[in-house]
Design a protein around this ligand. Structure first.
Ligand code: ZN
Ligand code: ZN
Length: 258
């Protein structure tokens, strides 16, 4: 099988509060650089025939409008934290235009979270106009979304298991602070990795910039972009200046062709 060419678009690269953060007037939150404006973390993955998003953030509606995503085939979820699922309600627009449920791929933990947070979507008595979704159960095994083969990578977010996803040579990992050796083997041959780096100071459930750099260097992955970034990281340009050419902070709207 030849893997289809993919276009990856960073829909958001910010941590759970986004950048700027409400009420904050630090130099990052006050910056006029467009690259210091970070919506919540998500990517769009597109082949010639299939379009999917990884996670539906609280900014999902605006992200779909900004990137002019008129057709969406599926949502694949990493984990059930609010900043990764909150936008699910807005798949209603796709239900309306395509007259079918949205294909949603989630593991058991995320499914339980979705059923809890979006009770009305899964209730037997459905209010007219609520979103319709078709749940596809995923675990550690690779799965297909249209013509795109997706390989789950299990990572740890303190005590919560989170799924990263590998698309041929491209790996996307968000919300991790630990990866088991066996899972590292799966991502070793990536040519591009996106991995979370919250800030420079230690954090209980996220990699720091230094830790994220160490992992991608250890695994000898040629190109890396960091995401899920806090205002505490510093200004985009200042931080990027200190990073090597092949290890950079991602930014909202960045596209890659894989
Ligand atoms: Zn998150
Ligand atoms: Zn701030």
């Amino acid at each position: 099988m030849t893997y289809p060419q993919l276009k990856i678009t960073f829909l958001g690269t910010g941590t759970s509060s986004g950048v700027p953060m409400i009420g904050c007037h630090c130099e990052v939150c006050s910056s006029t650089d467009a690259k210091d404006k970070r919506l919540r973390s998500s990517i769009l993955v597109q082949s010639a025939v299939t379009t999917l998003v990884v996670d539906t953030t609280p900014d999902f509606r605006y992200q779909m409008l900004r990137e002019k995503v008129d057709k969406l085939d599926a949502v694949i979820f990493t984990h059930p934290h609010k900043d990764h699922i909150a936008g699910l309600d807005d798949v209603r627009a796709y239900n309306f235009f395509f007259k079918k449920p949205m294909e949603v791929f989630a593991n058991s933990l995320t499914e339980a979270g979705l059923r809890r947070e979006f009770m009305y979507i899964f209730s037997d008595k459905r209010y007219p106009g609520v979103p319709t979704v078709k749940l596809n159960h995923i675990n550690d095994n690779p799965f297909w979304v249209g013509d795109i083969l997706v390989e789950p990578i299990l990572v740890h977010h303190l005590n919560m298991p989170v799924l990263g996803f590998k698309f041929n040579g491209f790996t996307y990992i968000t919300d991790a602070n630990r990866i088991d050796e066996l899972e590292k083997v799966k991502i070793k041959n990536s040519t591009v990795i996106v991995i979370n780096a919250l800030r420079k100071e230690q954090h209980i459930s996220h990699y720091t910039l230094r830790e994220a750099e160490e992992i991608v260097n250890d695994l000898k992955i040629p190109n890396a972009f960091f995401t899920h970034i806090s205002h505490q990281m510093g200004k985009h340009e200042d931080v990027n200046k200190c990073l090597p050419d092949n290890r950079k902070l991602a930014w909202d709207g960045l596209t890659l062709h894989i």
